[in-house]
Design a binder for this molecule. Structure first.
Ligand code: PLP
Length: 435
C-alpha cells in the first residue's frame, strides 16, 4: 500500500513510513493512493466468516505488499483477541459493542493493532521506540494496554490531574513494565502542548526515537474497518442486509473507518454521525460551511472536539464531493440534557446501560428512524465504551446496576504509580532524558 498526504498527492510513502511518521510534515493526513475493493463473492458470503477471518481478509487486501501474509495473520490474531457482538435490543435495532477489549473502549482495536505493527517494523538493532501520548481519558488507556509488554517500545502518557475518571486513571497508572504515567497539574491542552514541544525539540530527537500514537495514525484506522464488516456479517446471519450505522463521533476516526469500509465494498444504506454540542460536522453537512469552534466540555467528553482531525480524510475519500457525502452521512447533535434522557430511556425500555457517548448514537438513530419510517433496515448504533468508565454521569439507580467487569476489579487492587509534574517543559524534558 502506498499512501499520499491529503495536502500533497505527489508525496508518496510506504506503509511503514506512514506508521512511524503518523502525520506528513505538510500537516496533511496519510491516505491510501488506491482504495482496493473486496471481491463480491467474499461480501456475498461474509456471514460464513468469523471476526478474525474477516479482519485478515480486509487487512490483506490493504496491506498485502507491506508484509508477508502469515505475519499479518499473527499480528491480527494477537491484536484482535476479543469479540465485537451486535446485541439486539428489539427486532430491528442492535448495539454494536466495541468495549470488550482490555481498556473497555473501542480504541483498543486501533491501539493494539498499531502497537504490534510498530513493533513489527522496528528492526532489532534500532533504538527503543519512545511513544508519547497526551490523553483526556480513553486514548491513554488503550495505548498503555496496547503497548504493554511490546518489546523495544516505551510509552509515556501525560494526563491532566483530577480530570480523568478513576478507572481511566487506574488503566494508566497500574501497568509498570514499559508504561510510564505522568500526572500533570494542568489541563489536557497543557499535556498536549508538552508533547508537541517534545516532538519539536532537536536535542530530544537526537537522543530518542520519538513517535506519537495519536488517533490520526493510519494503522489505527485500518483495524476499525474490521468491525463494520463483522457487524454486517452478523446481521446477514439474521437475514438482514440493509443496515444503518450510527457512530458517536469526536475526532471522526471511527466513522472514517466505516466510510473506508463502505468504499471497499461494504453495503451500507446510511451512516449517521452522532455528536454532542460540539457540532462542527452536523453544521457543515447542513449548511456546506466548515467552521470550527473551540471545544465545549460535555458528559460525553471523548467527543469534545471542535475541529475533528479526521474530517479531511473523509473529504478525501469522497474527493471533496459534498453532495455525495451529504447523501451517505446524516448528522445530528445532542445536548447533555438529551444525553441523560437517552441513558434513562435505554435503561427503561431495554434494561440496557449505555455510556454517554453510546447514548448519543442511539438518540441519533432514533431521530433518523423518525425521519425515515419506511423501509426494513436494521439500525445499529456503536457502543464505544463500557458504562463503568463514566460512573459520575449516571443517576444513582442506574449506577448501582452497572456491572463492573473482572479486569476492573483487579485494577482496583493494584498500586497506582504516576510521576507528578507541573506544566514546565524543562522538567518534562529532563524526565525523558533521565530514564
Ligand atoms: C474516542 C472516543 C469517541 C470518539 O471517536 P472518534 O473516532 O474520535 O470520532 C467516542 N466514544 C468514546 C468512548 C471514545 O473513547
Amino acid at each position: 500500500m502506498k499512501l499520499y498526504s491529503t495536502n500533497n498527492q505527489s508525496l508518496k510513502v510506504d506503509f511503514a513510513t506512514a506508521v512511524f511518521n503518523s502525520m506528513p510534515l505538510d500537516k496533511g493526513l496519510y491516505m491510501p493512493v488506491n482504495i482496493p475493493e473486496l471481491d463480491k463473492e467474499f461480501i456475498d458470503n461474509i456471514d460464513q466468516f468469523s471476526l478474525s477471518q474477516i479482519a485478515f481478509k480486509v487487512a490483506s487486501v490493504l496491506l498485502k505488499d507491506a508484509m508477508p501474509l502469515e505475519d499479518l495473520q499473527s499480528i491480527i490474531d494477537d491484536a484482535i483477541n476479543f469479540e465485537a457482538p451486535v446485541v439486539p435490543l428489539d427486532g430491528n435495532t442492535g448495539v454494536l459493542e466495541l468495549f470488550h477489549g482490555p481498556s473497555l473502549a473501542f480504541k483498543d482495536f486501533g491501539a493494539r493493532f498499531m502497537s504490534r505493527i510498530m513493533a513489527y517494523f522496528l528492526k532489532d538493532n534500532q533504538k527503543t521506540l519512545d511513544v508519547l501520548v497526551a490523553t483526556s481519558g480513553d486514548t491513554g488507556g488503550a495505548v498503555a494496554l496496547g503497548f504493554l509488554g511490546v518489546p523495544n517500545t516505551r510509552v509515556t502518557i501525560l494526563y491532566p490531574k483530577g480530570k480523568v475518571s478513576e478507572i481511566q486513571e487506574l488503566q494508566l497508572c497500574t501497568n509498570g513494565q514499559n508504561i510510564h504515567a505522568i500526572e500533570v497539574d494542568g489541563t489536557f491542552d497543557d499535556c498536549q502542548a508538552l508533547v508537541k514541544q517534545a516532538f519539536a525539540d532537536e536535542t530530544l530527537n537526537a537522543r530518542l526515537r520519538l513517535t506519537s500514537a495519536n488517533s490520526i495514525n493510519i494503522s489505527r484506522l485500518i483495524p476499525q474497518t474490521f468491525y463494520y464488516f463483522n457487524a454486517y456479517a452478523q446481521l446477514k446471519r439474521q437475514g438482514k442486509d440493509e443496515v444503518v450505522f450510527s457512530v458517536p463521533s469526536g475526532n471522526f476516526g471511527n466513522i472514517a473507518a466505516g466510510l473506508l469500509a463502505y468504499k471497499m465494498g461494504l453495503p451500507v444504506k446510511q451512516f449517521i454521525a452522532a455528536t454532542n454540542v460540539n457540532d462542527t460536522i452536523p453544521r457543515f453537512l447542513e449548511t456546506g460551511i466548515y467552521e470550527t469552534k473551540p471545544s465545549i466540555q460535555t458528559y460525553s467528553n471523548a467527543m469534545d472536539v471542535g475541529a475533528p482531525s479526521n474530517w479531511v480524510r473523509i473529504m478525501d475519500l469522497f474527493k471533496n464531493d459534498k453532495a455525495a457525502l451529504q447523501q451517505i452521512v446524516k448528522s445530528y447533535s445532542f445536548t447533555d440534557q438529551e444525553t441523560l434522557k437517552g441513558i434513562n430511556e435505554l435503561y427503561e425500555q431495554f434494561n440496557y446501560i449505555a455510556c454517554p457517548h453510546t447514548a448519543i448514537a442511539w438518540l441519533a438513530l432514533e431521530k433518523y428512524k423518525a425521519e425515515n419510517p419506511d423501509g426494513n433496515y436494521a439500525g445499529v448504533f456503536l457502543s464505544t465504551a463500557h458504562a463503568c468508565k463514566f460512573p459520575d454521569i449516571f443517576p444513582e439507580a442506574i449506577k448501582a446496576n452497572i456491572e463492573v467487569p473482572d479486569q476492573v476489579k483487579d485494577l482496583l487492587a493494584k498500586p497506582k504509580k504516576a510521576e507528578q509534574m507541573s506544566t514546565d517543559y524543562e522538567a518534562f524534558k529532563g524526565y525523558l532524558l533521565r530514564y
